[in-house]
Design a protein around this ligand. Sequence first.
Ligand code: Z5A
Length: 207
Amino acid sequence: MMRGRFISIEGGEGAGKSTMVERLTTWLESRGHRVITTREPGGTVLAEKIRAILLNDDHAELCSQAELLLMFAARAQHLEELIRPALGRGETVLCDRFTDATWAYQGGGRQMPAALIAGLEEMVHGDLQPDLTLLLDLPVELGLERASRRSEADRFEQEPLRFFERVRQAYLDRAAAKARRFAVIDASGDIEQVWAQIEAVVERRLG
Ligand code: Z5A
């Protein structure tokens, strides 16, 4: 059986990832895909426990290196238990954030060395990358304003504006470096405008 398609969706806070994951799942299913929708950090029982540690704003003392290693620990478990088996069964995996988020948040935001992230990426899933990555890009202030309407701020959302500016730039740099895999979506418009771009890209790239 052919391996299933692996799609990741990325972007800063409040970019509209969850909203678009829901739409895209319905759209793909209506076209006959068997879709597994998941997220990072998280996606399995153990990885969701790691997520709870990572996002809890009581854990202000969590150091950058521990944060990076926990991201990859959750990812290794997620790949082993959920992503690889689903792709092996020919299913489409739609993941809300993947390793590009590590390049953006731990690489850009926390300024962790690229060689360290590259080494962990190689160890955990060097053989497996998404077929398509949708990057929802929008000005940082707009995303934070949308996110603040939705829920309480988590540990990451306590960071200053310049942290999120570095995250945005790291995402854009990564998209430029991996242009064949990425599609940059202008996420500043309304939900219908953003969805129209995603539908067109997925139709074109995945057929
Ligand atoms: N993280 C990391 O550091 N390293 C890693 O490797 C990974 C993750 C994998 C968890 O992310 C955190 O983990 C994240 C990075 C870090 N940092 N934080 N915080 P998350 O994905 O769970 O959390 P998030 O980025 O904060 O997601 P979010 O705020 O839920 O944003 P979203 O999913 O992109 O947006 P949404 O929930 O779809 O929309 C937010 C609100 O805006 C909602 O009320 C919508 O109805 C509204 N919305 C959505 N689209 C629009 C448009 N187009 N117009 C107007 N309003 C809209």
